[in-house]
Design a protein around this ligand. Structure first.
Ligand SMILES: Cc1cc2nc3c(=O)[nH]c(=O)nc-3n(C[C@H](O)[C@H](O)[C@H](O)COP(=O)(O)O)c2cc1C
Ligand code: SF4
Length: 395
């Protein structure tokens, strides 16, 4: 896959789905990103099975939604962009769906992430589960190819199923899939090589990984390097370097605390969810201040460990930041918030109309994952909710 420039839109839950399929709002959003100059736009969180969803309205990749996916890929291609689908499985991280029986994960025990929905137990996956889930990733990637995607991104960070294997916070196995960092990445690397073998001639196969988990007892920078080397050996075409875990260290993913006020406003009715958010906010280190390129030191460690293409992510907000990333040996930059704030940013950087994003890194947009109209920057006008009620392929 060749890209027209080095700017990638990060997979960032758009909240723009209906009946587990893309809505017209999702098509509009990614069309605007492509028209705004982004080389590769990533559609966030496509569950490889119904059980892999974390929220009820998420896209669940299946043949029935191919016409909707095709509208999405056509819209981006018409603007000269490329499009990737983040394919993933939540495992035990299921916050918005009630699962029958225990959720699946690397290890068994109490499931912190599932408590709000009553998914309070999790069980350790066995070989048969691993074979089935590998098959689900392969089938999802094949459907993405059929729908016209240029790439798939396997989500191996932030605490979802594949990360539940990689991180010692959730992997307490005593077999060949637990213990050392090399063992913990075995199953995710196997999934990647199966996907690569199935679609690798036609699609780029990307993995999003954690450079570190950011909390004591979590994956370290050295673990991140071992993970990267294993995925390089498994045939990944590009690694997107992220960080943090949704339950233990979401502030590390964003380089700043969650926006508790905005979250409470959007989630109005649910006192339980709001209490959980306030409790999670307490884990934020005192005095945490957002810094541009807040993951650079960790990402350098990965740069030194592998030769393959790497995408720098985390607090890229200016042309200068992107240039720094290139000088540091990264091949491209990946941005979420700066492009949620302004889908036309890349063209503006290119023309010289702007050198700096106006995003304030307040994390208000994260709350709007749960809004009926989908994610938006709180500095911008609201989205049209009507567009988010209609499937992409509807007449
Ligand atoms: C509204 C919002 C939703 C997000 N949802 C996802 C997601 O579904 N999958 C994912 O891998 N990362 C998600 N992220 C994290 C971003 O992809 C990215 O890793 C993070 O925002 C740091 O990049 P930035 O500094 O460029 O914003 C989300 C971020 C935002 C702001
Ligand atoms: S709400 Fe807007 S300003 Fe705040 S982080 Fe999101 S995109 Fe940036």
């Amino acid at each position: 896959m060749q890209l027209r420039n080095r700017f990638i839109k990060s997979g960032a839950n758009e909240g723009m789905n209906v009946e587990g399929a893309p809505s017209k709002a999702l098509v509009k959003h990614h069309r605007e990103l492509a028209a705004g100059g982004v080389a590769l736009t990533t559609v966030a969180y496509g569950a490889v099975s119904a059980l892999g969803r974390t929220l009820g309205n998420q896209i669940w990749i299946r043949r029935e939604i191919l016409p909707d996916l095709r509208v999405l890929t056509d819209a981006v291609h018409a603007e000269g962009g490329r499009i990737s689908f983040q394919i993933t499985h939540g495992g035990a991280f299921v916050t918005g769906v009630r699962v029958k029986g225990p959720t699946m994960s690397a290890s068994s025990g109490i499931n912190q992430a599932g408590l709000l929905q009553g998914n309070w137990r999790q069980r350790a996956m066995n070989e048969a589960d691993m074979a089935r889930v590998t098959g689900e990733f392969v089938e999802a990637a094949r459907l993405c190819r059929e729908a016209g995607f240029d790439a798939v991104e396997l989500h191996m960070g932030h605490g979802y199923l594949l990360n539940q294997f990689i991180s010692p916070l959730s992997n307490r196995r005593r077999d060949g899939y637990g213990g050392s960092a090399g063992n913990r990445v075995r199953f995710p690397a196997r999934v990647l090589s199966a996907v690569k073998e199935a679609v690798g001639k036609d699609l780029a196969v990307i993995a999003k990984i954690n450079v570190a988990d950011g909390v004591p007892g979590g994956a370290t920078a050295e673990d991140g390097a071992i993970t990267a080397r294993a995925l390089e050996a498994a045939g990944a075409d590009l690694l997107v370097l992220s960080a943090g875990r949704n339950v233990e260290s979401v502030w590390f993913t964003f380089g700043s605390p969650m926006n508790v006020e905005e979250m409470s406003r959007v989630l109005q009715g649910s006192w339980l969810q709001r209490t959980a958010i306030r409790l999670a906010a307490r884990s934020v280190p005192k005095g945490l201040q957002f810094r541009e390129m807040y993951l650079l030191e960790y990402s350098r460690h990965i740069r030194a460990a592998v030769k393959m293409p790497l995408a720098y992510l985390g607090g890229v907000k200016s042309l200068a930041n992107a240039q720094t990333a290139m000088q540091e040996g990264f091949d491209c930059v990946v941005m979420a918030r700066a492009l949620i704030h302004d889908t036309g940013l890349v063209n503006k950087l290119q023309s010289g109309a702007l050198t700096q994003s106006g995003c304030t890194s307040c994390n208000g947009c994260v709350a709007y994952i749960y809004d009926p109209a989908g994610t938006r920057c709180i500095l911008n006008p609201p989205n049209d909710p009507a567009l988010n009620r209609v499937r992409a392929s509807a007449a």
